[in-house]
Design a protein around this ligand. Structure first.
Ligand code: AMP
Length: 190
């Protein structure tokens, strides 16, 4: 099974590119942000807890996320590959993912890092905010999320560099051109 981490700051196109990957390769998609938003909608205890962090642009605590991810992973059956979107977001989460996959005799095959400049991220997220209805797509929270990314999430890059699975991808330009670069990286590890 192929395990792909799609990585990058908020607004780098992880969700958009994940959809295209699923369409082409038929892999399963695990988006921790989507799972959390569904929990919030369903007003579960997890959703209530997560909402306070999400609305402030902060990360939901590792323990909660790792637990949630493990359950989701266990629920998948008969899949050729998995795309991890928005996870891992801390080095702690990256280590936990490695352990979970190791138990199944697997590992992350490739980590795709979508590289996009800060101002482009802000512009994209403000534009998305006009239609997404997401409570965290406003200027103050967007800036906070990008800062949190730099402080807590960017160190994950070094983790995968050491693992030897890191692949930087230019995340600017036409969506299909970005997707072409992603496909090259996926096909090289298939
Ligand atoms: P996303 O949809 O990936 O942009 O995630 C939206 C928000 O959900 C983030 O700003 C975090 O508050 C929370 N979140 C999603 N994934 C994670 C994660 N792996 N670790 C911690 N918080 C997360």
């Amino acid at each position: 099974m192929l395990n792909i981490v799609i990585f990058g700051p908020p607004g780098s196109g992880k969700g958009t590119q994940s959809e295209k990957i699923i369409e082409k390769y038929g892999f399963a998609h695990i988006s921790t942000g989507d799972i959390l938003r569904n929990e919030i909608k369903a007003e579960t205890d997890l959703g209530k807890k997560a909402k306070s962090f999400i609305d402030k642009g902060e990360l939901v605590p590792d323990e909660t996320i790792i637990d949630m991810l493990e359950k989701k992973l266990e629920s998948l059956e008969n899949v050729d590959g998995v795309i991890f979107d928005g996870f891992p977001r801390t080095v702690e989460q990256a280590k936990a993912l490695k352990k979970m996959l190791q138990k199944r005799g697997e590992d992350v095959n490739v980590m795709l890092n979508l590289e996009v400049k800060r101002q482009e991220l802000i512009d994209r997220l403000l534009k998305r905010g006009q239609v997404s209805g997401r409570s965290d797509d406003n200027l103050e929270t967007i800036e906070k999320r990008i800062n949190v990314y730099g402080e807590q999430t960017a160190p994950v890059i070094d983790f995968y560099k050491e693992e030897g699975t890191y692949r930087p991808i230019t995340g600017e330009g036409e969506i299909d051109d970005i997707f072409g670069r992603i496909c090259e990286a996926i096909d090289s590890v298939k």
